[in-house]
Design a protein around this ligand. Sequence first.
Ligand code: ZN
Length: 280
Amino acid sequence: MRRLDGAGERGDRPSHRGVNLFVLGMSPLAFASGDPRWCSYRQALARGWQVRRGEKATPVYFYKPIEITDKTSESEGKTRRVPILRAFSVFHASQIDGIAALAPADATKTVVERVEDAEIILKASGVPVWIGGDRAFYNPAGDFIQLPPDEAFESPALRASVALHELSHASGHPSRLNRDLSGKFGSSAYSREELRAELSSLLVGSEIGLPTDIPNHASYVRSWLDVLKQDKREVFHAAADAQRIADYILGFHPDYAERPAESADDGDDDTSSVVAPLAA
Ligand SMILES: [Zn+2]
């Protein structure tokens, strides 16, 4: 989850880690505004901002492992780790007065440099890119990305973000992160993979500072919601996969590769409740 105070690890850049970002990223507020910043009521207050009267909070859920002592079996006295689903309430930047306008993810890089960063990632990934036609897609059987000619894109930045979306799909190839890419358009497997690619694009885009393709996102939200209605835990599986994809993609660029020492941002100083213990 991106913290409003920018309290990320590397300098002032917020970490892209944490399941919360995904849940929040799916909120229509984030898609409509392109602003991924959220914080709790208390965090806003502490920074001299004010959540506007009548604004509705968005619940955030995440798993946190806790140690419990086993009293049930012969292994009595031993501890084991149990994931607990926790929740807290946050508000979007657009619901808060006094907050500064959104600054680019890395203010030291120009748009041209960010587009170049995407190009560096694409090249380093080794996935072939074919130019032509009028559609962008990843072909799992041939293991290549197809992109329309440059002129077909509104801007180089938009082309870069589309290319990174297709690279998210390419990460699912058996030789890479190995996901199920067999879903036909309109199927639930297709929606699941699309959800992963979109969420990872959101993460990679906000890390590099590239725009996200908002009309495209909106059209997918429907099919995601259908998948999520069938399986409430799907969002957590998708979030974990998307995190893996984003780490994998960002790992191709030295400026964005995660350092192993970094830990997840659980940022739970405003945790309001333990919802329910869940089996591992
Ligand atoms: Zn896609």
